[in-house]
Design a binder for this molecule. Structure first.
Ligand code: DGT
Ligand code: CA
Ligand code: CA
Length: 578
């Protein structure tokens, strides 16, 4: 297939780029660039000139070698030189040239000095401060690179907390078994229970003599794909899955200071350091110092105490008011997993769950739950066999029967009823009023305008039987943005109607968001932390919901399902009486 001039020019440009990254003769490189420019400006297609048997060396800047290459490309569609270059250089390196500010010279330096071959490696190198030290780069260039990559969609994968947990827990176990290692803890955003994690920051304690052994074993861990750097007390690796892990080994007497430093957030650390400075103290990952004397650092509590603060739990460390609260004794006593006494959102195999009513009940019981609401989808969701009136009533009978047999856990009759686009519910009142509670959820029409979406949900909540709004924003982490809705109005309506909002603990949802939990708390609306379990294993996800709730400053009292079933019943009574 004959190539157009522009195609040939592009091939020459790529050849010039790759030659430049390889450090080829500048004259040779310039010849390809000139030829590319000439070709792109040539009014006549070279393929036609060739058909007319024109001698291409008559074109400006084209010698016999380039003429042969043009002919090769025009006739065969590819160029053997470029094919060869592709085998000599890493395939993704040309991608680097697309980053604004990175020409072949800089890519060459990055490749030769830092072994950077992909955009992802470039991002890591910039983030870790390894680029600024290269000749001709500097901090500003490094920042520009970082920003340019971040401006591209999804440059480097962040990992969902639940996924990061699988890798972190396995690694912690591996590290804990290394001789000489005493403490192992994953700090960073992971410890702060962020929804997604950029990389893992693992801290271990060991005596100075054992540090290097720990680092070496770490870099030899089975799943390590790439060692980015390795020193005496620290290393960075990338696992096969693409997750970066930074390891730091510290002495036990620095543990608290190091843990505080590597837990972050950066904004929190900066604010604490600033506070320390005002008190004539210096704070870093080795301790808190007055002049040269260490006054704290063995534990995190000692670090906070040294600057006059109560211990701040990691989930609050975002510099969003936690420091002022710690100063004045107003820190919340955050909810814990063991505070949860029930779960108000679960499915069975009657719709898209995998287990029977009985199996779900027994699994809930084994997870310490005293009650479990069964909330199948309603008929509109026909693709998951959503329940109609008849099937729902049938399930109610089964639950009544099962409740007479079960000990230690009560099943609540409920439904995850679809909120239709007009705000009506997908099942008639006559059946909803038979239930212990009604959970409503949006499963379609995500793109309604903010005004319409808000009205839709408010209308649903005004329904006399409505109890709880499930996954209130509809977002799926890294897959679907929240729908546009006025959450404050919804929260205020919930307050008015005596309804509740869910914090869905499904790892892909974690919905309500942390800031919205805080908003609900301020408005006095209780949140229900629910598993949305579709199998007996999903109750384990409640811990991620609790983590998110803690990020939202929630205390035991702010959470509906910390109540006993006796306390719960009057709260979920139909709101019709209001
Ligand atoms: P990530 O990994 O993007 O999910 O977020 P983090 O918070 O884990 O951030 P990372 O891995 O870059 O750094 C881990 C912690 O180290 C961070 O939370 C706070 C601390 N840290 C990193 N860079 C700085 C810094 O420049 N100044 C201070 N004070 N702390 C820093
Ligand atoms: Ca991190
Ligand atoms: Ca890190």
């Amino acid at each position: 297939m004959p190539k157009h001039n522009a195609d040939i020019a592009a091939i020459f440009e790529e050849i010039a780029d790759l030659l430049e990254i390889q450090g080829a003769n500048p004259f040779r490189i310039r010849a390809y660039r000139n030829a590319a420019r000439m070709l792109s400006e040539l009014p006549q297609e070279v393929s036609q000139l060739l058909q007319q048997s024109m001698d291409l060396t008559e074109l400006p800047g084209i010698g016999t070698d380039l003429a042969a290459k043009i002919k090769e490309i025009a006739e065969s569609g590819h160029c053997s030189l470029l094919d060869r270059l592709h085998t000599e250089l890493p395939p993704a390196i040309a991608e680097l040239l697309k980053i604004p500010g990175l020409g072949p010279k800089r890519v060459k330096a990055l490749y030769h000095d830092l072994d950077v071959q992909t955009v992802e490696q470039l991002y890591r190198a910039a983030r870790d401060g390894r680029i600024r030290v290269l000749p001709g780069f500097g901090e500003k260039t490094e920042n520009n690179i970082l920003q340019a990559i971040e401006a591209h969609a999804d440059p480097v994968r962040r990992f969902k907390l639940v996924v990061a947990a699988q890798y972190a827990e396995a690694l912690e176990k591996f590290l804990a078994a290394i001789p000489g290692v005493t403490h192992v803890i994953t700090a960073g955003s992971y410890r702060r229970m962020r929804e997604t994690v950029g990389d893992l920051d693992i801290l271990v304690t060991a005596a100075a003599a054992d540090a290097n052994q720990a680092v070496r074993q770490f870099t030899n861990y089975d799943e390590v794909a790439d060692v980015l750097s390795a020193g005496i007390t620290r290393a960075s690796v990338v696992l096969n899955c693409g997750l970066q892990v930074d390891l730091r080994v510290v002495k036990a007497e620095c543990y608290g200071a190091a843990l505080h430093y590597f837990t972050g957030s950066k904004a929190h650390n900066i604010a604490i350091r600033h506070m320390a400075q005002q008190q004539g103290l210096k704070i870093n990952e080795y301790g808190v110092f007055r002049d040269k004397t260490s006054i704290a650092g063995g534990t995190e509590a000692s670090v906070y105490a040294a600057v006059g603060l109560a211990y701040i739990p990691p989930e609050l460390r975002e510099n969003c008011g936690e420091i002022a609260a710690a100063k004045t004794g107003r820190l919340p006593t955050l909810i814990e997993r063991s505070d949860l006494r029930g779960d108000l959102h679960a499915h069975t195999q009657a719709t898209d769950g995998h287990n029977s009513l009985r199996e779900m009940a027994l699994a809930g019981l084994s997870q310490g739950l005293e009650y479990l609401a069964i909330t199948e989808h309603s008929r509109k969701l026909s693709f998951v066999h959503g329940l109609d009136t008849v099937r729902l009533l049938q399930q109610c009978d089964e639950i009544d029967q099962l409740n007479t047999e079960l000990k230690g856990i009560t099943l609540l009759k409920s439904i995850e009823v679809d909120i239709l686009e007009d705000g009506n519910l997908d099942l008639p009142d006559s059946v909803l009023e038979r239930l212990d509670m009604v959970v409503g959820a949006v499963h379609s029409g995500f793109n309604l305008s903010r005004a319409k979406q808000t009205e839709r949900i408010l209308r649903a909540m005004q329904h006399p039987h409505f109890t709880l709004l499930a996954h209130p924003t509809g977002r799926l982490i890294q897959r679907r943005e929240p729908y546009d809705v006025d959450m404050l109005r919804i929260i205020r309506e919930a307050r008015k109607r005596g309804c509740f909002l869910e914090l869905n603990a499904y790892p892909e949802r974690l919905d309500l968001l942390d800031t919205q939990c805080r908003m609900a708390k301020e408005e006095g609306v209780l949140i229900s932390i629910n598993s949305d379990a579709h199998s007996i294993y999903d109750f384990a996800n409640l811990r991620f919901g609790v983590g998110q709730a803690r990020r939202g400053w929630l205390e035991k009292n702010d959470v509906l399902n910390t109540r006993s079933i006796q306390e719960l019943r009057p709260l979920i009574q139909h709101t019709m009486s209001l």
